[in-house]
Design a protein around this ligand. Structure first.
Ligand SMILES: C[S@@+](CC[C@H](N)C(=O)[O-])C[C@H]1O[C@@H](n2cnc3c(N)ncnc32)[C@H](O)[C@@H]1O
Length: 337
């Protein structure tokens, strides 16, 4: 185990030390490439994405999601939205979850009665929000996590919502139905070849149907999410293959879908979201440790530290440079067909 790993998992290193180390590392690794360098690297990167499969390592990527839902109930907000929320001044976590979902529905032009698909739906935050506020929509949720599917099905029965749940890997699934609106919230980061993906999604959309995406991204430099060292802490425990897009990346993938609008939000919204998740972890430490004991046995405490560290890393990265380096971006695409 490396020194960094020991520090992360140690009982004795206080948060403020970890946060200071993060800020120093982020400050000194902040690069300022010239516009010419950025453009050159980006074109190479886009070319390389177009030569890849839609997604890799999808089973490994699913591992953190096929995990007891009780943990996420102690970690996330009441809607179990596992993505960046929108914080107004003094918003609670719940208000920030709802505000971001209002933004998705308003910016996408969602109308009551539409046929809606949410891909990578998590624990159904958005589909339950739509079921409540757009009661005539016909709603389908898709995820490849069995525990998420079980949770959504039972919540839908309890609330009396008519939600179809599909268990599938987006990269290999073929939809039979066509949708007016597809939502994709923090799931496209698991994908690589956006040309093939958008071609596939275009086939799932009605003529002139829409895709509304929410991604986290870097302001100008896209990165492949496959560590050169597959044993690194982050890749071992939290991430597998995918892409960290740049803010403009999807502008380069408009063969089948055309961009109608793009909305950019500062990373500070993610920083605040992750800090509230840490507060939840601390408040619910005993319950979380009990759940972790069932899954990880003697490693329960180490895993508590790992999750806390992971959330702290998100908070620091997205909060760095006033939230101007790492961003949240929404795209509204229209089907060209
Ligand atoms: C970060 S979570 C976001 C969940 C949800 N959209 C939200 O905002 O709460 C990513 C979601 O994408 C799903 N996912 C990741 N890769 C997938 C794939 N290849 N096929 C289907 N679902 C996938 C995960 O199971 C999880 O539900």
């Amino acid at each position: 185990m490396g020194i960094a790993e020991r520090l992360i998992e140690s009982k004795y290193v206080p948060d403020f030390v970890i946060r200071i180390v993060f800020r120093i590392v982020l400050y000194f690794t902040r690069q300022n490439p010239s516009p010419v360098q950025i453009a050159k690297q980006k074109l190479e990167f886009i070319k390389s994405l177009k030569a890849k499969k839609i997604a890799v390592d999808t089973n490994e990527a699913n591992a953190p999601y096929d995990f007891p839902t009780q943990f996420y109930q102690n970690f996330l907000g009441p809607n179990l939205k596992y993505s960046a929320n929108y914080f107004e001044q003094n918003s609670s976590l719940e208000e920030s979850e709802v505000r971001m979902m209002e933004i998705y529905c308003k910016n996408s032009g969602l109308k009551d009665g539409m046929h809606v698909l949410d891909i990578g739906c998590g624990w159904g935050s958005l589909v339950f929000y739509i079921a409540k506020n757009y009661p005539n929509c016909k709603i389908t949720a898709l995820t490849h996590s069995n525990s998420q599917i079980a949770f959504i099905r039972s919540k839908a029965v309890n609330l009396g919502c008519d939600i179809t749940v599909i268990s599938a890997d987006i990269s290999t699934f073929e939809a039979e139905n066509k949708f007016d609106m597809i939502f994709a919230v923090e799931v496209l980061e698991y994908m690589q070849n956006y040309e093939l993906l958008f071609e596939k999604l275009s086939g799932w959309m009605k003529p002139n149907g829409y895709l509304y995406t929410h991604i986290f991204c870097h302001k100008d430099t896209p990165v492949e999410l496959i560590a050169p060292d597959q044993d690194s802490w982050m890749f071992k425990f939290f991430c597998r293959g995918g892409t960290l897009p740049s803010e403009d990346l999807f502008l380069w993938f408009q063969k089948d879908l055309v961009v109608e609008s793009r909305y950019t939000f500062p990373g500070t919204h993610y920083s605040k979201t992750a800090n509230t998740w840490i507060e939840n972890m601390d408040k619910n430490k005993e319950s979380i440790l009990e759940i972790f004991h069932q899954v990880y046995k003697d490693e329960a405490f180490v895993w508590f530290k790992r999750w806390r560290f992971f959330a702290m890393m998100v908070a620091e990265i997205f909060g760095s440079n006033g939230g101007n380096d790492w961003l949240i971006v929404h795209y509204l695409f229209k089907n060209r067909k």
